[in-house]
Ligand binder design. Structure first.
Ligand code: ZN
Length: 231
């Protein structure tokens, strides 16, 4: 359902959401700074974020109780979540992220962390019609948090991933073989995924990305440029 915002701008419901495993790790404070920031940013687009966070928190606690020192069975998480699905979500979690502001491409958690707006960042050339800005580097697996700003209708070359890649759309849209991703949608790609993306027509696309290890570009031009791009 499309709900009008106070400013009259129609917002599209978020259809590509992060999995419960991410929310449990977020609620438990087990994520790196970069991971927590992209998860909080994604949650700021979801109306049911407080309920989902409470559920994730409860699921994490229940899981720990059930394990009680035993090794986790492969389906333990799924069984615990299935159990919790039948329960009413608890009251809003105290860690509720701020709602994204209308008309501002940066979600509140990211804007607060940066302390500045999208046009005040130091964007550098990444490729034809594409600019990037590196925001953070750390955590396990050589994690990098960065933003992509691309013109409408731009192709992002075919690439693989050394680890998990999370891409959160902040403005415009992105299309790849897994679907069309709009504002607030997040895509999770694991190391076995190889994909090319294209930005939507009519509007620039701004994304927040968290990658692990170097991104492995496939085309020779992209490979040649990789040392200069620094991703
Ligand atoms: Zn990718």
């Amino acid at each position: 359902m499309t709900a009008p915002t106070p400013s009259g701008v129609k917002t599209r419901p978020v259809t590509h959401r992060l999995g419960d495993d991410w929310l449990m790790a977020y609620a438990a404070g087990a994520l790196s700074e970069g991971q927590a920031l992209i998860v909080a940013s994604h949650l700021s687009y979801l109306d049911d974020a407080p309920a989902r966070l409470s559920l994730a928190e409860a699921a994490g606690g229940a899981l720990l109780d059930r394990l009680d020192g035993e090794l986790m069975a492969p389906d333990a998480l799924a069984r615990t979540l299935a159990l919790l699905d039948t329960e009413e979500p608890a009251a809003a979690a105290p860690t509720r992220p701020a709602k994204a502001q209308d008309g501002d491409p940066l979600p509140a958690p990211l804007r607060d962390w940066l302390g500045r707006g999208v046009d005040d960042l130091k964007w550098t050339w990444l490729g034809p019609g594409m600019r990037k800005v590196n925001l953070w580097h750390g955590g396990p697996n050589d994690q990098r948090l960065w933003m992509l700003r691309a013109a409408p209708g731009v192709d992002i070359p075919l690439h693989g991933h050394s680890g998990t890649e999370l891409v959160l759309v902040l403005k415009g849209s992105l299309t790849d073989p897994h679907g069309v991703f709009h504002r607030g949608d997040i895509e999770e790609c694991t190391s076995d995924v190889v994909h090319a993306l294209r930005t939507g027509e009519g509007e620039e696309c701004i994304c927040l990305a968290l990658t692990e290890g170097p991104t492995r570009f496939k085309g020779w031009i992209a490979k040649l440029l990789q040392p200069f791009i620094g991703l």
